[in-house]
Design a protein. Structure first.
Length: 173
């Protein structure tokens, strides 16, 4: 019967059958075979880094790529895409372009797109551009929409106001 290699590959030593052309072009193309040509393909996006469920991290995690947390992190996380697994617990600030929460976060969440699934448990404020909260998600905190939630610092933006209020209280009338 026929095999795939016989159908797709030209028979060795018979380039005339595979490609009829003038003798001049055959001599020019003879060194180059169809397997030599490889079109430039875009580089594949690397897979997300996974912090497994048996992993406990104390400290901050920062990446320009994607990260999936299944274990416990006590510290801040900054990433492009942050996926918090159902078994995960994060105690700290989570900052990412996209944040998908299936597990537990105790701390502030900042992201362009934030999604709390039905199994999410969030105790803290959420600063977002767009948000989706599925039915069944537990959320305790405030929600604030900002056009660029990644560049503004919630604490940093509030400190000058608090400092000026404290100075006003300290000054005698």
């Amino acid at each position: 019967m026929f095999s795939k290699s016989k159908i797709n590959d030209p028979a060795p030593g018979k380039p005339e059958e595979a490609k009829p052309a003038a003798p001049e072009t055959q001599t020019q193309q003879a060194p180059r075979q169809s397997s030599d040509f490889k079109p430039a393909a875009p580089k594949a996006k690397p897979p997300a880094s996974v912090l497994s469920s048996d992993l406990h991290i104390t400290g901050n995690v920062k990446t320009t790529g994607d990260i999936q947390v299944e274990g416990t992190v006590e510290g801040d996380i900054r990433a492009h895409l942050l996926t918090v697994g159902e078994t995960a617990t994060i105690k700290g600030e989570c900052i990412a372009d996209d944040v998908v929460v299936n597990g537990r976060i105790v701390g502030r969440v900042r992201g362009l797109k934030v999604r709390l699934t039905a199994t999410a448990r969030v105790e803290g404020d959420i600063i977002h551009k767009t948000i989706a909260i599925e039915s069944g998600a537990h959320f305790e905190g405030s929600v604030q929409r900002q056009d660029d939630p990644l560049s503004s610092r919630g604490k940093g933006g509030q400190q000058p106001q608090q400092a000026s209020a404290q100075k006003a209280e300290q000054q005698p009338s």
